[in-house]
Design a protein around this ligand. Structure first.
Ligand code: HEM
Length: 618
């Protein structure tokens, strides 16, 4: 057994390292941190040396407020995607310079407070001194024979042990254990490599920003090992999906997805609206005499998100919301059930103690069986589209094509790549969107004044209950959009975002080495009073009024940078349209206890959603 564990550990570390090296061809160059205060360098001398390293004349810098006096001087930054935010907030100290993929940074931009802290220039504090839970070191020894686990594992272990220590933490309040940890240890917490690489937890927006600015050309996040194993061992393919792939393989998938989602988002809004209309009709059908929907409403929301996804990706209605039930085919039910079961199995495999690594657990078996069903149904659709394209290529109109059509038409991805993309889309997209709608409806129900204000806005674009929404009318719903943004702040479906550092960075006074897993607890950041006024309150106004100065990295439910959510626009369109339709037709109420989130990979509601949808009079 010991030998087996050891082998697994070696194998796993090697795979991770190989993947990491592949994905970071430039990772070893240009690490610009390394100034040692212990050499007796004064802060101003330090500043000068720092600037000299960048080839900048430090005499032009006003060291009191860290603002440059020259307007001409410019730096190069590596992250071309973040230019707006970089222009506003970044400082070159911790950014590696890659001359071939550079962006200009104006030196006279306002710098955030964190960079004015002279302590930040002292990056000599060893990584070993980053505080963290000591008890876990003991636990680490016990578990040292478990091969390198994904960060989700560590995340789960942390929560588990903090609970065991009697810290009165509640499982289903996803942010609480982290909050407690930051209160106890400070803003940067290190979890020593229990399962392989060290993990550093952060929640300050400035720190999160620094990590994103240093994520490199091929950002790496912690993987979903169970789904990767399904692909590599059971489907015998080395191609991972866009969520877990890295390096050039990820970049290729990403470019194709961005292009196709961009086309689809605007063209499909009519179909997405049709699905929303079906959902409204379904709500009317399933309500009881008190106009309350049954315990199983969660499943209806799931069907709605699933129907949208099938419409856009396969170009096919699954008929799952059809009130007559006639359109429902056995294939659509099989696919729906497979997506639901695979999502559930994935949640179990990626949290807790991941025994599937050693033997085929029930959850892992279910994951494989259900992913196989999804793949076989999607593969059938790929073949249908291929035939369709062969016969009708000349007459194809890009107006009415699905994601499958567009990807195959582009011809850059093989059918196997497309299969993996579709699986990720189903497992991540459907779950995140349906849970996001749940919490939006919940917050609207608990805040009648907000709901009233949103209703007045919606009434202008939907004068009648059955009016149609044009694509441009979506532009006139700023308050509704702020409601969604606020709901995603309070309950982000993916509460933790991860990156593996491609090179050393400095956070606070610590030097964090290359290869560290950075766990950015976006949910904690979103709930902190120093980032948001009345942070636990649902106040959509904060996103439209100028009064509250919100740091751009304080709440990032869709992530950030090159690996930010690729389905964001598609998700938002579904949610805006559905929310507008619901608010126009019903007054939403929820008369039971507080709904909270349970976090197993994706945050979900912990209670049945017995909303009351009271019919509006007109
Ligand atoms: C409210 C709904 C959604 C939320 C809150 C959400 C959130 C996120 C987050 C936080 C990430 C990680 C970002 C990062 O690491 O910086 C992500 C990645 C991703 N999301 Fe979403 N997502 C949503 C809906 C969707 C939908 C509808 C799809 C597809 C149809 C989708 C597909 C993906 C994919 C493929 C990735 C990986 C992107 C990459 O690594 O390049 N998501 N999402």
């Amino acid at each position: 057994m010991f030998q087996l564990f050891n082998n697994l550990q070696h194998q796993r570390c090697f795979t991770s390292l190989t993947r990491f090296c592949h994905s970071q061809p430039h990772a070893s160059v240009d690490t610009l941190i390394g100034i040692n205060k212990s050499k007796g360098i004064t802060p101003s001398q330090l500043d000068k040396d720092f600037y000299k390293e960048f080839g900048i004349n430090s005499d032009k810098i006003n060291s009191d407020n860290c603002q440059a006096s020259s307007s001409e001087q410019s730096f190069k930054l590596s992250d071309s995607t973040n230019s707006n935010i970089i222009n506003k907030y970044s400082f070159p100290n911790y950014t590696h310079i890659a001359s071939n993929e550079a962006e200009t940074f104006k030196q006279n931009e306002v710098l955030p407070d964190i960079f004015k802290d002279s302590q930040i220039l002292n990056v000599s504090t060893p990584f070993d001194e980053v505080p963290g839970p000591k008890i876990l070191k003991t636990v680490a020894q016990l578990y040292s024979y478990i091969p390198l686990m994904s960060t989700h594992m560590t995340n789960a272990a942390m929560t588990y042990f903090l609970n065991m220590l009697g810290t009165n933490l509640i499982w289903n309040r996803s942010a609480s254990p982290f909050m407690h940890m930051f209160e106890k240890y400070g803003p940067i917490v290190r979890l020593q490599g229990i399962f392989g690489g060290d993990i550093v937890f952060i929640s300050h927006p400035e720190h999160i920003q620094t990590v994103f600015q240093n994520e490199g050309r091929y950002p790496v996040r912690s993987s979903l090992d169970s789904i990767d194993r399904y692909r590599t061992q059971y489907r015998n393919t080395q191609i991972l999906g866009p969520f877990t792939a890295s390096g050039p393989e990820w970049e290729k998938q990403r470019k194709n997805l961005e292009a196709t989602f961009g086309t689809i988002a605007s063209q499909y809004h009519g179909k997405i609206e049709n699905v929303a209309n079906q959902m409204i009709a379904r709500i009317r059908t399933i309500r009881n005499k008190q106009e309350e929907v049954p315990n199983t409403f969660n499943d209806d929301l799931y069907r709605w998100a699933f129907e949208n996804t099938c419409m856009v990706t396969l170009g096919k209605s699954m008929g799952l919301l059809d009130p007559s039930g006639l359109q429902i085919t056995s294939e659509s039910v099989r696919l729906l059930e497979a997506v639901k079961n695979a999502s559930k199995a994935l949640r179990y495999c990626e949290s807790g103690f991941q025994m599937w690594r050693f033997f085929e657990t029930k959850s892992f078996h279910s994951l494989i069986a259900n992913c196989d069903i999804i793949d076989s149904i999607v593969a059938k659709h790929i073949r249908i589209v291929q035939t369709d394209l062969e016969c009708n290529k000349e007459n194809m109109s890009t107006d009415d094509t699905s994601l499958l059509h567009l990807l195959l038409l582009k011809g850059e991805l093989q059918p196997n790549d497309i299969l993996t993309i579709m699986l990720d889309t189903f497992l991540i997209g459907v779950n995140s969107v349906s849970h996001a709608l749940t919490f939006l409806l919940y917050h609207l129900s608990k805040n009648p004044w907000v709901q009233r204000k949103a209703f007045k806005e919606v009434l202008r674009v939907l004068p009648e209950k059955d009016s149609s929404l044009t694509y441009t009318s979506l532009l006139h719903l700023p308050y509704l959009k702020a409601c969604l943004q606020e709901s995603l702040r309070l309950q982000p479906p993916i509460p933790v975002i991860t990156r593996v550092l491609p090179h050393d960075i400095a956070l606070y006074s610590y030097r964090i080495p290359k290869g560290t897993y950075m766990l950015m607890t976006n949910h904690v950041s979103s709930l902190r009073e120093d980032n948001f006024e009345d942070a636990r309150k649902f106040k959509p106004e904060r996103w439209i009024s100028e009064e509250e100065d919100i740091h751009p990295f304080a709440a990032i439910p869709f992530g950030h940078g090159a690996r930010a959510c690729v389905g964001r626009r598609f998700a938002e369109i579904q949610l805006w349209i559905m929310a507008a339709k619901v608010i126009r037709n019903f007054h939403i109420e929820y008369n039971y206890g507080k709904i909270q989130t349970t976090t197993r990979l994706i945050a979900m509601p912990n209670k049945p959603l017995k909303f009351r949808f009271a019919e509006r009079l007109k």
